[in-house]
Design a protein around this ligand. Structure first.
Ligand SMILES: [Zn+2]
Length: 161
């Protein structure tokens, strides 16, 4: 019985929020769920649109469906959630004031994770992804048809949105 479902994710989000983002007010509903299985995108965060001044549409964090697999270490899920929470903190897909022009430039994610004591998790996930993800994705996702095969020279990159 796979125990990794949306309720499990909610539990991880609550723990990370309490432990590392307790200074960040939850100004709206924040949902989290598993999404489709994807080759490169590990997570994303979105918010439909702002209604009016003081009531905001919910924010939804979506985690790559492949991460349901218990072969994937739990710290990877935590690191994806922490990454999306940094976006929420910086005002991306959240009612918080926008802190930067773009969500990733200038290493703002790593700096914020360092500031919040998440550096070890950041380093650990980077190392695990570098050593394991490409092989894991190749073994657990359907082969891409020749049409979509990327030209050999392009580097394989994993993205967090
Ligand atoms: Zn991101």
């Amino acid at each position: 019985m796979n125990r990794r479902d949306d309720a499990y994710l909610q539990g991880r989000l609550d723990m990370i929020w309490d432990r590392y983002f307790s200074d960040i007010e939850q100004k709206n509903d924040v949902k989290i769920k598993f999404g489709r299985r994807a080759r490169t995108r590990l997570g994303s965060i979105r918010q439909e649109s702002r209604e009016h001044l003081n009531s905001f549409k919910p924010t939804t964090i979506i985690i790559n469906g492949l991460l349901k697999d218990e072969k994937i270490p739990e710290f990877l899920i935590d690191s994806v959630i922490a990454h999306e929470m940094v976006h929420y903190t910086h005002g991306f897909a959240s009612p918080h004031e926008r802190k930067y022009a773009t969500p990733h430039a200038g290493g703002v994610i790593k700096k914020e994770m360092q500031r919040r004591g998440l550096e070890d998790l950041f380093v650990l996930q980077k190392k695990w992804l570098k050593e394991n993800w490409q092989k894991y994705a190749a073994e657990n996702l359907p082969k891409r048809s020749i049409m979509y095969r990327k030209p050999r020279r392009r580097r394989f990159s994993i993205i967090f949105r």
